[in-house]
Design a protein. Structure first.
Length: 333
């Protein structure tokens, strides 16, 4: 079943002196049970995309789309489709946590610092119809699922380590059995050992609960053991979308090639790490041609005058580049 269908999503941040076009004509479909990775530099629109699905962006933000549909299956086996942009705020509240939840980038910002963990968990369940008699047992169950000791439920966030707080955020996102979890850089600011444990926890809970996950990160290497497909974002747009193995072994957009080249390799000879040339674009300005052209060594005349289509160059492999068929000469390996 197709879980998520998005066509021509655009997100604008209205500011006093300018308008920032944070998402540009983004179209994507996601299947039930899939882990979709989204990668790109800071400011590429990844987090904005995740928050637009929950409609938790500032009031000054403008969101438009030809289609923004969440499909889910009822207890009777019927398919229920929700048009996210057309739902009232009260219906969106019922959708959040229950059907779409989010693990935010900073657990300290997502957990209330003056409320015990168990009370924060209970609030989320209470507003989605769970009875008091089942809330306590459910808290214990999901703390165990996140491999957290029982004392955590009675603790305040400041009494816990960074890894514990992140596990609490993950457990809280799963409490109401959502179909889709958006993980917005859930391992940021954690050491590599805790990162590995958090990723292992997500993989295990995904299999156990049949979750669909959108995993947002700026570190493409984290997706290697997690995602089935990877979307590469630049200037608010998807520039490449492919199965994970295909993207790592045969990237076709110069930006994707550059991101992969920045990954340190243990088996290669020692050499200076690749550095992406240039600077990210100003998203308040209109794009003429390809947004990556000023930073691209393959850019030609058409790249600066005509916006490339987001097209399929092989089964399941989409790319937005005029020169995609000729640039992959193996030098990215």
């Amino acid at each position: 079943m197709t879980l998520l269908e998005i066509e021509n999503l655009n997100v604008f941040y209205e500011m006093k002196s300018k308008t920032v076009h944070a998402i540009r004509n983004l179209s994507i479909k996601m299947e039930e049970g899939e882990v979709l990775g989204l990668v790109g530099e800071s400011g590429s629109g990844k987090s904005t995309f995740g928050m637009s699905l929950l409609r938790i962006l500032p009031e000054s933000t403008k969101i438009t789309a030809d289609k923004m549909i969440l499909n889910r299956q009822s207890s009777k086996g019927e398919i229920i489709s929700s048009n996210i942009l057309k739902l009232s705020e009260s219906r969106m509240r019922r959708l959040r946590w229950k059907h779409i939840s989010m693990i935010f980038q900073s657990s300290m910002n997502s957990l209330n610092p003056v409320t015990r963990i168990e009370d924060q968990f209970a609030d989320a369940m209470f507003w989605h119809g769970y009875k008091k008699s089942e809330i306590s047992a459910r808290i214990d169950s999901y703390l165990r699922l996140a491999e957290l000791p029982s004392f955590v439920r009675y603790s305040y966030p400041h009494e816990l380590s960074g890894g514990m707080k992140q596990r609490c955020a993950i457990a809280m996102s799963l409490l109401c059995n959502p179909e889709l979890v958006i993980a917005d850089e859930p391992t940021t600011a954690l050491d590599v050992v805790v990162q590995r444990k958090i990723l292992k926890l997500l993989v295990e809970t995904k299999s156990e609960l049949n979750l669909s996950i959108i995993f947002i990160t700026h570190d493409i290497s984290l997706l290697a053991s997690l995602a089935q497909r990877v979307g590469v974002m630049y200037d608010g747009s998807l520039v490449e979308l492919a199965p994970m193995n295909e993207l790592f072994t045969n990237p076709r957009h110069p930006y994707s090639i550059g991101l992969i080249a920045t990954i340190p390799r243990l088996k290669d000879e020692r050499k200076e790490l690749f550095e992406m040339p240039g600077y990210p674009p100003d998203m308040s300005k209109d794009v003429v041609g390809c947004a990556f052209a000023p930073r691209c060594k393959y850019a030609s005349g058409i790249c600066t005058s005509q916006t490339p289509d987001f097209r399929e160059i092989s089964p399941g492999h989409m790319v937005s580049c005029h020169n995609a068929e000729v640039i992959n000469d193996g030098t990215h390996n």
